[in-house]
Design a protein around this ligand. Structure first.
Ligand SMILES: [Fe+2]
Ligand SMILES: [Fe+2]
Length: 281
């Protein structure tokens, strides 16, 4: 089975003709579905773009949300909207749970959240998230904006709880998927480990890591992969916009995908038996 995998499309900053070309390239690549790893657009036109891709591709679109997908709104409102999408081929993974792709491979996913637990968690960069997402902006204080860093406990606690919420939602799906002999494909947005947080060819700096890694999801993956060594876990993430690969355990690997504002592209994920291989289209 072949799937297309795209992440961080940021369709609000892309020419319409490029989106059309993206769709025709996906269709020409003979794939059975599209994995969409979050930062699809922003809250206002998120549903528009999902429905547009759905109408053009007429393929299953397996997706998770990224931080930008909540910009201009609040988290529960956006999640409520995507959970209510009518199309049977728009599959939001936190809501669908574990999906069987082939005899050997099952898919689960959640966007995760930069949960402020890795890197310099006392002095971390203020991301646009903390101003553009209503739930978070109320926890950011004026002093944080002046210095560009946050030392504020309320924001840190909120980010930690969003990470815990992601891991809590993913846990039962992951446990259901992780049967001996199966490969579990995990689609997420935020890199789950420091070692998977690639940016411009290297690991992100200490002050960026808190907003660019989801330790709660990383800890969950580490725990389940160690508990079920007969299962294999391949994680696909984005968010840090850099490309990289890391094998965290014998049965746990993470691919991080490159992205660039204004450019839309995808990779091919090929499922061959229990193996997951990444290829250029
Ligand atoms: Fe992004
Ligand atoms: Fe992101």
């Amino acid at each position: 089975m072949r799937l297309a995998w795209a992440t961080d499309l940021h369709l609000d900053s892309v020419e319409r003709s490029d989106v059309d070309r993206f769709c025709s390239d996906v269709l020409a690549s003979d794939v059975a579905g599209l994995l969409l790893g979050g930062d699809i657009s922003q809250a206002r036109d998120l549903v528009h773009w999902l429905e547009f891709l759905d109408s053009q591709l007429e393929l299953p679109i397996y997706f998770v949300l990224g931080n930008h997908d909540y910009y201009g709104s609040d988290i529960s409102a956006v999640r409520c909207r995507v959970a209510g999408l009518a199309s049977p081929t728009l599959l939001w993974l936190p809501s669908t749970g574990c999906l069987t792709l082939t005899e050997n491979v099952v898919l689960v996913g959640h966007g995760g959240w930069g949960d402020c637990r890795i890197g310099d968690t006392d002095n971390f960069e203020i991301l646009t998230d903390y101003l553009a997402i209503r739930d978070l902006s109320e926890t950011v204080e004026r002093q944080d904006l002046l210095t560009g860093f946050s030392v504020r406990a309320p924001l840190r606690q909120r980010l930690a709880s969003l990470g815990d919420d992601a891991a809590g939602t993913l846990r039962p799906h992951l446990l259901e998927a992780a049967q001996p002999g199966k490969t579990v494909l995990v689609l997420t947005h935020v890199p789950p480990y420091r070692e998977s947080c690639w940016h411009r060819g290297r690991i992100s700096d200490e002050t960026w890591l808190p907003g660019f890694t989801c330790r709660a999801v990383g800890d969950l993956l580490t725990e389940v992969a160690a508990e079920i060594p007969e299962s294999k876990f391949t994680v696909l993430c984005g968010h840090s916009h850099g490309t990289g690969y890391v094998r965290m355990q014998d049965n746990l690997e993470v691919y991080t995908a490159e992205a660039e504002y204004g450019r839309v592209f995808f990779r091919i994920v090929e499922l061959i038996g229990r193996e997951v291989a990444l290829r250029a289209p």
